[in-house]
Design a protein. Structure first.
Length: 58
């Protein structure tokens, strides 16, 4: 199992967690589900992610 670590700035704020909290429930649940996949399984199957458009293969 991997550990997911969020960036915190020098004042202790965590922009990533703040962003997640601000998302609508459906989007937040989907994002948290994806993070749980990354955390829990060694190799995330390709069917669970897509390449970003206009990014040269990211």
């Amino acid at each position: 199992m991997r550990e997911i670590i969020f960036y915190s700035n020098t004042s202790g704020q965590c922009p990533g967690k703040d962003l997640i909290r601000a998302l609508p429930t459906k989007e937040r649940d989907k994002l948290l589900w994806g993070l749980a996949l990354v955390r829990d399984i060694p190799m995330v199957p390709q069917e669970y992610y897509k390449k970003l458009q206009n990014t040269d293969g990211i």
